[in-house]
Design a protein around this ligand. Sequence first.
Ligand code: CP
Length: 304
Amino acid sequence: MKHFCDIKQLDAHQLNALFELADTISKTPVSETKTWHHGKTAMGLFFENSTRTLMSFQLAAQRLGMDFSALNVAHSSTQKGETLKDTLLTLEAMGVDTFIVRHNENHIQEQMAEWLTSDAKIINAGDGTHQHPTQGLLDLYTIRSHKPNLASLKVSIIGDIKHSRVAGSLIDGLATLGNQNTWIHAPAPCLPESSRAQVAESMEQALTDADVVVMLRIQKERIQHLDTAVLNHWHENFGLNSNNIQWAKSDAIVMHPGPMNRGIEIESAVADGAQSVIWQQVKNGVLMRQAIMHHLLTQDPQGN
Ligand code: CP
């Protein structure tokens, strides 16, 4: 694997190997991991906003000993009409080893990988409504840390599934690991045309006996139009609260990729409650991003 654009690039064996690598990194002093890729350079190209992904990639790169910088897109020459390809080739010429790219166009990272002329790597930090593969990795890793037998779990993903690249990567990753009990629940305009997950008709059906509950925000930036009535009643109809969480198993974990819209898709009492692993997801994001960067940088130039 030369670049990481889609979680479907990884089979179950490769996913588990990355989780084991993250376990190893978690037990290795930062003073040691900082020697692993000293002198290499990572660069963030974020054409959409981010807090968690950009900052955790920065910390992950630095904890591997890499230099990290991020292009300030709003003040870059893309605003003067420079094409994405010329921007990439310009930065590649400066000797960047790993580009971490977030963009609103589906599959753009695969195109960017073809434009590169060196052995530089591309990692997808989110493309449109398609994939957010490192979020998928950290979500799976977090579930595994609480409930190791991922294939046997009921996982319910609730919210704006259609426009969520987080859902796309998580559903694909769960399927790769043999899970056939993944459910989605959303109002009709926020359901995808097709999915590998089963569609629940109600919150009760989605939540009953769930081992893992994943709440998603409404991706307003990707929705052309959503009925005001649906929006106004979102929390009532599709929000997780202290009452409906009781349909899930008593040891169910509650997840959210962030950013959260408290009081809409999730009540604060649940987000901050005993079943929430939301901050663990954030912590694991740094580890999993260290793992994927280390993995890519230790491949031979053909990605073997
Ligand atoms: N989960 C996630 O992608 O968050 P950011 O948009 O803050 O990076």
